[in-house]
Write a protein that binds this ligand. Structure first.
Ligand code: NDP
Ligand code: MG
Length: 384
């Protein structure tokens, strides 16, 4: 085998997946694509496979299998279909690292399987840590697997911690842009449309995370993600609104010193850092110019109007399967909002209701997460 890093990308046709492929394309001396996967976007998956010549591709939607198989039949590329194939393909011997860039709960099973196969993880799919943080971090420890954050805030924290060895963290500040509705009142939010919610001021991302950003659920999920990635307590994690999205997050140490990581908002940087760690590779990404941003500003997050942030803290503090319940309900309401079946503010009400009514399990196993996810989805759908 060569000394390049062999990467499997789960969710290669999405926003993170396509940007990861741009990073790989610019650094073919360092990286090789081993696996590509899509849910149903067969056209793009085929194009990517023809360009990057991976060992295998997975199309989750089984009705698209034949089309992908036929298009790649003259290539030496294995083609698999179905959900279970994702969890199997990550075990392939040649893979060094799995980039989890799929959306939501669907990332849980393949991530577990990748960790058990001792593959390091570049984690974009934050929902996996939200749903089952104790299980995932426990498995990573057991199998000596590293989890490198791709989320920009967590990459920032990770970068600030490099070289600090065992110096304890006093607290961290996750920055939030505040989304398209920053400063809006509840009254104004009542009639918000999906078109408005899908317009993020600073980042161009997939639909689900864009709605999560508008509702502040994304920041709530990130608080939980940070707890598990960095082993922090609830009171050590704070959120600060920073509309310019230049400071990506901040670590405060026990001597009061604060380290921040900053740069223009561009996901390629944290993706590249996770793939290449501990190396920093030369890039031609646009550079930050102080004169373009003469003032960087900060505000308190409005957790009264945007209830999701408070709900996420509540779920984290409760522990057990509560964050799994919150995540499942959120996936259902975001999907319903995107289909115009539910109002913007109603999303938080349904999530809060599911958290009240779902069965609480203090020490959940994998099977408990599966049934808990299912129960919360049924409840949320009934409430819409
Ligand atoms: P996208 O919606 O753009 O892409 C999702 C990818 O996952 C696509 O390849 C999609 O396939 C695939 N996919 C979707 N659903 C399933 C499923 N049920 N099973 C298997 N594959 C599936 O999402 P993003 O790239 O925006 O986000 C990916 C993850 O990264 C999320 O967890 C998000 O929170 C996180 N993240 C994203 C950031 C961003 O800038 N986009 C920033 C920080 C974190 P298909 O194309 O066929 O639908
Ligand atoms: Mg983020």
């Amino acid at each position: 085998m060569d000394n390049k890093k062999h990467i499997a990308i789960l969710g290669s046709t999405g926003s993170i997946g396509t940007q990861a492929l741009e990073v790989i394309e610019a650094n073919t001396d360092l990286f090789v694509v081993e696996v590509l996967s899509a849910n149903s976007n067969s056209d793009l998956l085929i194009k990517q496979a023809l360009k990057f010549n991976p060992n295998a591709v997975v199309i989750v939607d089984e009705t698209k299998y034949q089309e992908v198989f036929d298009a790649l039949s003259s290539q030496d590329i294995k083609v698999y279909a179905g959900k279970d194939a994702l969890a199997q393909v990550v075990e392939m011997e040649d893979i060094d690292m799995v980039l989890t860039a799929l959306v939501g709960y669907s990332g849980l099973k393949p991530t577990i399987s990748a960790i058990k196969a001792k593959k390091n993880i570049a984690l974009a799919n934050k929902e996996t840590l939200v749903v089952a943080g104790a299980l995932i971090t426990g498995l990573a420890k057991k199998y000596s697997v590293r989890i490198y954050p791709v989320d920009s805030e967590h990459s920032a924290i990770f970068q600030c911690l490099v070289g600090e060895f065992h110096n304890p963290v006093e607290k961290i500040y996750l920055t939030a842009s505040g989304g398209p509705f920053r400063g809006w009142t509840k009254d104004r939010l009542l009639s918000v449309t999906k078109k408005q919610a899908l317009k993020h001021p600073n980042w161009d991302m997939g639909a689900k995370i864009t709605i999560d950003s508008a509702s502040l659920m994304n920041k709530g999920l990130e608080v939980i993600e940070a707890k598990w990635l960095f082993g922090l307590k609830s009171e050590q994690i704070d959120v600060i609104v920073h509309p310019q999205s230049i400071i990506h997050s901040i670590v405060q140490f026990t001597d009061g010193s604060m380290k921040a990581q900053m740069g223009l908002p561009d996901m390629k940087l944290p993706i590249q850092y996770a793939l290449a760690y501990p190396q920093r590779i030369v890039s031609d990404f646009p550079r930050f110019d102080f004169m373009d941003y003469p003032s960087l500003t900060f505000e308190k997050a409005d957790a009264d109007t945007f209830k999701n942030l408070a709900l996420a803290y509540k779920a984290m503090n409760k522990g057990g399967n509560m964050a799994c319940i919150l995540n499942a309900a959120n996936e259902v309401v975001v999907d319903a909002f995107l289909k115009d079946k539910i109002g913007f503010l109603e999303m938080s009400d349904v999530i809060a209701d599911c958290m009240e009514k779902s069965t609480f399990v203090a020490n959940p196993t994998y099977d408990d997460f599966v049934s808990s996810d299912e129960e919360s989805r049924v409840l949320a759908n009934a409430l819409i």
